[in-house]
Design a binder for this molecule. Structure first.
Ligand SMILES: Nc1ncnc2c1ncn2[C@@H]1O[C@H](COP(=O)(O)OP(=O)(O)OP(=O)(O)O)[C@@H](O)[C@H]1O
Ligand SMILES: [Mg+2]
Length: 539
């Protein structure tokens, strides 16, 4: 075979095959060496281009200037942090008294409440060196790199004490150990635990961290000696919101008619980041109209845009418009009839964002506790749109899906979290606890359904009893597309003499800003009240 191949090769004038094979065998060790050398070279090149995120260091000279004045509405948190500032700026005073500053401070709370800002302000005010790194940048696909970065971060901070070491979004590495398949995150967390044990209180280093999910963090991180101080950064209350609006309109020209107090009143439930966005939107609105100052109307428009979305160019049929008008009229009517529900500020059938129409209910003040009756009343408002559609058109549409999902969430919370069901009142069994009997599960499902049904029947009763009011509001909506609170009130007053006069509105204690939007797809609305109101005691 080989001979015949050689003959063929010879015939074709090609080189001898045996000779080539011999040559290869002779050179193979050298070729192997060259290959290994190339491999090592490529590896080194890869290591060289591998991301090397050096901790961002803000030296005294070039610090970004976020001070206490730039953060408003979180006075309690600021007071806690002032201690750290005092300690870092004058450690001797505290040491003389034998006091130790906490090693670690963990800021936790909902997104956008100002945690990152607070850490920057502490660094700015104390004059300490500030090392800030997001926890997600510790985790890489290369095992051990995260741990190495943690070591370097602490080493740098130690060499430049007094220093503040800030780890943002701690949950990226701080989650409970054991759930990480690659082991890299666990290793990074272990290194962090070791480093936090390794420095003494005398070293003038404070580790600060921010996280949205305190209950997901590893227990070892939270024990005394590590993040021993946990500071909750809450969403701002009425006064806080007004102050935050003040901060964000400091350098904006406002017209005489702007009342920040009123804006604050309408924005319950919004965080600092939402309010900053609102002020910016208002400025953009004014700019678009070529005005040199921001008017109250710009804030109103911006608010509508922030909570209900951009006005969309959806073209809807006349029939759809009628359905939306009665749907929204249902929400508005029931809100007006129920004294515990927030007053209706505006009803619109102009499509905005994903919604085809919306009813804007505005609270007068912050509320932290809600009774069973108030929750059921709120569900009645949510279901009123669907009930009105059924009553007027004899059929229901997909437009109520968002309302229905909110009703489900509230009814479930009432049974599973707040013990507001009929049979289980003395204890709480969360939905994800599978140690309950099949019978108990069934009973609770039935209770959820019963609560939602109670609300549906309530809404039905109110709408049927006030059918003429419903029609009048809907016709007005079809005529004008948007109606304000005053017009609804005048419609209600017009009917006061009739037998169906609404209950007088007692001045209600109010809850979070609510916008009942009606669209084809369910979607979280920033201004909507939480499906689970804050637990008792937080206020
Ligand atoms: N209390 C506040 N006072 C003034 N502005 C605030 C306040 N809270 C938030 N803001 C505004 O919101 C923006 C975002 O704040 P920040 O980044 O501190 O939020 P965060 O709590 O760290 O959010 P996340 O949990 O999502 O990281 C800030 O740049 C600021 O404009
Ligand atoms: Mg942050």
């Amino acid at each position: 075979m080989g001979d015949s191949m050689n003959q063929i090769a010879n015939l074709l004038g090609l080189v001898d095959l045996d000779r080539i094979l011999n040559e290869i065998t002779r050179w193979s060790p050298l070729l192997m060496l060259v290959f290994i050398f190339l491999l090592v070279y490529v590896m080194f090149r890869m290591l060289a281009v591998m991301p090397k995120t050096k901790p961002q260091e803000i030296r005294k000279a070039g610090r970004s200037g976020i001070g206490w004045d730039d953060i408003a509405g979180v006075e309690g948190t600021k007071d806690e942090l002032r201690e750290v500032v005092d300690f870092l700026s004058d450690p001797k005073r505290f040491k003389a008294l034998g006091a130790k500053v906490p090693k670690g401070i963990l800021l936790h709370g909902p997104p956008g409440t100002g945690k990152t800002m607070l850490a920057k302000a502490v660094a700015h005010e104390s004059g300490a060196n500030f090392y800030s790194q997001s926890a997600s940048s510790f985790v890489e696909m290369f095992a051990g790199l995260g741990a190495a970065r943690i070591r370097r971060l602490f080493k740098d901070a130690r060499e430049n004490a007094p220093a503040i070491l800030f780890i943002d979004e701690l949950d990226a590495v701080g989650g409970a150990r054991g759930s990480d398949v690659s082991g890299e995150r666990d290793q990074t967390l272990n290194q962090l635990l070791v480093e936090m044990d390794g420095f003494e209180a005398s070293e003038n280093i404070v580790v600060m961290a921010a996280s949205n999910l305190l209950d997901k963090l590893d227990a070892a991180l939270l024990r005394p000696g590590r993040f021993d101080r946990q500071v909750f950064v809450p969403p701002p209350d009425l006064r806080g919101r007004e102050e935050i609006l003040g901060v964000h309109t400091r350098d904006k020209p406002l017209s005489q008619d702007v009342e920040l107090g009123r804006v604050a009143q309408h924005t319950a439930g919004l965080t600092g980041a939402d309010l900053a966005n609102l002020c910016n939107e208002a400025a953009i609105q004014a700019g678009r109209r070529d005005r040199g100052f921001i008017a109250q109307a710009d804030f109103d428009n911006a608010f509508e845009r922030v909570v209900a979305g951009l006005q969309s160019r959806k073209v809807i049929t006349d029939h759809e418009k009628r359905v939306v008008a009665w749907h929204e009229a249902g929400h508005a009517l029931v809100s007006e009839l129920l004294p515990t529900v927030d007053q209706v500020q505006k009803v619109s059938i102009v499509p905005r964002g994903k919604a085809l129409g919306y009813t804007l209910n505005l609270p007068q003040e912050d509320r932290y506790l809600k009774s069973r009756e108030e929750l059921i009343d709120y569900m009645k408002v949510l279901l009123a749109g669907r009930v009105a559609e059924q009553l007027i058109f004899g059929r229901v549409t997909t437009g109520a899906s968002d309302d229905l999902s909110k009703v489900t969430a509230i009814a479930r919370s009432m049974v599973y979290e707040y013990g507001m069901g009929t049979s289980i009142r003395s204890h709480q069994v969360p939905a994800n606890d599978w140690n309950v009997s099949e019978k108990m599960r069934q009973r609770r499902d039935e209770e959820v359904a019963a609560i939602a049904e109670e609300a549906y029947r309530g809404a039905q009763r109110l709408i049927c009893d006030h059918r003429d009011l419903l029609d009048e509001i809907a016709h007005k909506l079809l005529e004008n597309e948007v109606i304000e609170h005053d017009e609804i009130v005048s419609i209600m007053i017009g009917h006061r003499d009739s037998a169906l006069s609404p209950e007088p509105r007692r001045d209600p204690d109010r809850a979070a800003a609510a916008v009942v939007v009606s669209g084809q797809e369910p979607g979280e609305q920033p201004g909507s009240p939480p499906a689970s109101p804050p637990p008792p005691g937080r206020g």
